[in-house]
Design a binder for this molecule. Sequence first.
Ligand SMILES: C[S@@+](CC[C@H](N)C(=O)[O-])C[C@H]1O[C@@H](n2cnc3c(N)ncnc32)[C@H](O)[C@@H]1O
Length: 274
Amino acid sequence: MSKDSMPTTMKTPVPSLQEAIENLEIALPAEGDGLEQDEESIVVRVEGAWMKIRLHDYNEVFPIQGLYEKWVYKVLQCGSPAKIRELLGEMLKRNDTDPANLTVLDLGAGNGVVAEELAKIGIREFVGVDLYQEAADAAERDRPGLYGEFVVGDLLDLPVSEAGKLEGRTFDCLACVAALGFGDIPPVVFASAYNRVRDGGWAAFTIKSDFLDPNDDSGFSTMIRGMIAEKVVDPLARERYTHRVSPTGSRLEYTAIIGRKMSDIPDSLIPSQG
Ligand SMILES: C[S@@+](CC[C@H](N)C(=O)[O-])C[C@H]1O[C@@H](n2cnc3c(N)ncnc32)[C@H](O)[C@@H]1O
């Protein structure tokens, strides 16, 4: 069909993700210095106008195709999904577990970068969970068909339609990458997702190393140390690595943990929310 004969109602085709990443014009503001991770922002040109967006305003980031990938993965060199893929792949192999048999609950799934990475080691079934509809829409736009299901909302307070998507499902693995703390996922939500995994299943997650420090007051340190001490999880692999760089080039250190789930996290180990 020639361009002139196209019906006027036909939508402009969505560019491929790679094209979008290449074409996007971005600039990091100089004020990157000394900002907390959740305060970082960027300016991006959208339809000819420059706009400033905060990294943690994910509902504004994901609708701009390619922005998250260009900013977090290209400029800030985030290596977390690849680290989890590498470590989980190794542990599954060592334990003779076929990745093709796993259903993964991807908590804080965003636009699907982690599931895409885990698909490279042969995992086929993913259920995403994210607070924002924009994440679900972006995942389907950029990685169509990757998620068998995508649940939008707070796991502790899901609308009936979203809760229904989880009914009757069992999970073999929880993945949670770059999404714990900093106003994102609190310990109680992590625990709720963990407890949906069957005993004997897997947990693969990354967390800022400081949150595991005994003096940390985010609640994660006490809960995760308790999980290990009370054999709620068998931590098979634990590695400190560079999650990404900050806008000024300093390294942000995270810890990746791959564990076997032994039992549910009891209420006594879950810090109260707030
Ligand atoms: C830094 S992004 C990480 C996305 C993806 N895991 C990755 O590594 O590319 C954090 C994600 O967690 C989501 N998130 C924050 N709080 C959440 C919550 N309470 N429940 C589910 N998702 C949440 C955000 O919407 C965002 O998509």
